[in-house]
Design a protein around this ligand. Structure first.
Ligand code: HEM
Length: 434
């Protein structure tokens, strides 16, 4: 029998004394059992399984320094020295993540994994990793067993072969890389990502339970503000980030929310079937989430209490309306909010992180030459030199403070051309003495 796990996202009404088998939905993965007894929220999440993830005990050495070419935080090509992640391996891992997504259609759960790693962040705590955030601690059993993380073992397992193939990247970077890639591969905006997150090293560095949002709190707008303000987000960012629900589904056996299946979550091309999606095309990243939560006209589409409030609270509603109308505005705000989410609480090596994308190729704007622009402004030229330069400019009809008139060059070109024509006609030949 399939039941529900303890979860911050879980409806108390759905409590049953049963076990769930979240891993069953990903072919080939070992089955995990979360014993559930009596009341939700009270139990110690415990994994009882023959399966012990390799990462539960391994402490990855981060002493080695990766030295490769990368792109600095300001977009300039630089040599990266990072004890965290190797930029070349990150780029190669990104290609593997794309293949994984194409095969498994697992964009949504990869996004949820990264968000739940980040979403434990508390901006009021300075100390790392006690402040929570994007530090890879979700891979350890105590945190993976938090009620809100039910089902995320599947995402961790999906990424583990890629982590093994690229040992010189951190889990924290890999999870965020996979999430941003999942958004982009689903047709969403390019996320301006940074890398170089240092990993937490053991279960004792896991985040505390209870920092992720609950889908059905008594006062959803107050709850969303409390939880997301704690992470340092604004109302605009709360609404933009909620737009990630344009992808994916809710499964009653994981969170307690949603239908077992709908007409949109069965059939070919849906990855593991089941659950209830927020949108019809839930593997395509667009602004349909905002249109659908406004319309609330399809029984097969999910609207959680925390989604509904985005159409009711006046401050949230402003952005919901805007994003429903204007997909470009949603993409722009989402990309920035997602990048911010991906960096919450992270410790960076090198300081400030680095990019693995080429610097944006800004088309150089052609400018007229203006001598004053090239002056250092430190009065290093003597007055007599300045006077001499000024005189030379004035002699050719220009000024050091003004762009040279293009007519000046044009006149010279015309004069040279005339002389060349005359010379070819023999008019100016010094040998012509007749
Ligand atoms: C605003 C507060 C939020 C609440 C209350 C909430 C709640 C939930 C719940 C209950 C599920 C279903 C989980 C399951 O049964 O498997 C879910 C799934 C999901 N959430 Fe959220 N979420 C919130 C914010 C976010 C944010 C900020 C993101 C990402 C930026 C996100 C991304 C996702 C994705 C992609 C899924 C689908 C996972 C899948 O299909 O496996 N959520 N969320």
């Amino acid at each position: 029998m399939v039941g529900v796990s303890s979860s911050l996202h879980t409806r108390a009404a759905s409590v049953q004394t049963v076990v769930q088998t979240p891993a069953a939905s990903v072919a080939g993965l070992p089955v995990l059992r979360f014993p559930v007894s009596g009341k939700l929220h009270k139990q110690e999440p415990k994994l009882e399984s023959e399966f012990v993830p390799a990462f539960s005990a391994r402490i990855v050495s981060q002493k080695k320094r990766n030295v490769t070419a990368g792109v600095g935080a300001r977009g300039r090509a630089i040599r990266i020295m990072s004890a965290a992640s190797n930029p070349e391996q990150l780029k190669a891992a990104r290609e593997d993540v794309k293949k994984l997504i194409a095969e498994k259609k697992c964009n949504p759960i990869l996004i949820r994994l990264a968000w739940h790693d980040s979403g434990s962040y508390d901006k009021n705590i300075v100390e790392w990793p006690r402040r929570g955030g994007a530090n890879g601690s979700i891979r350890f059993l105590p945190e993976l067993g938090h009620g809100a993380n039910a089902g995320l073992i599947n995402a961790v397992k999906l990424l583990e072969p890629i982590k093994e193939k690229y040992p010189d990247i951190t889990h924290a970077d890999l999870y965020q890389l996979a999430s941003a890639t999942a958004i982009e591969e689903a047709g969403g905006p390019k996320i301006p990502m940074k890398y170089g997150r240092v990993d937490t090293r053991g279960p004792e560095e896991c985040a505390v339970e209870g920092n992720l949002p609950d889908a059905g709190p008594p006062d959803p707008s107050d709850h969303l503000r409390k939880v997301f303000y704690r992470m340092g987000f604004s109302e605009k960012e709360i609404v933009a980030l909620s737009g990630a629900h344009t992808l994916g589904r809710s499964r009653p056996e994981r969170s307690g929310w949603g239908k077992k299946e709908t007409k949109y979550t069965v059939g070919d091309n849906v990855g593991a079937p089941g659950g209830q999606s927020w949108t019809v095309q839930w593997l395509k990243f667009d602004n349909s989430y905002f249109k659908d939560i406004k319309a609330q006209s399809d029984e097969d589409l999910l609207v959680l209490p925390t989604d509904k409030i985005l159409t009711e609270d006046s401050e949230f509603k402003k952005y919901t309306e805007k994003y429903a109308e204007d997909q470009d505005a949603f993409f722009k705000d989402y990309a920035l909010a997602h990048a911010k989410l991906s960096e919450l609480g992270s410790k960076w090596d090198p300081e400030g992180g680095f990019s693995i994308d080429e610097a944006p190729k800004n088309e150089p704007v052609p400018q007229k030459f203006m001598a004053a622009k090239y002056s250092s402004g430190d009065n290093s030229l003597s007055d007599s030199m300045k006077a001499k330069m000024r005189a030379e400019y004035l002699a050719v009809g220009g000024s050091p403070d003004k762009p040279l008139s293009s007519n000046y060059f044009l006149n010279i070109i015309i004069a040279v051309a005339v002389l060349a024509i005359l010379a070819s006609l023999g008019a100016l030949s010094p040998l012509d003495v007749s």
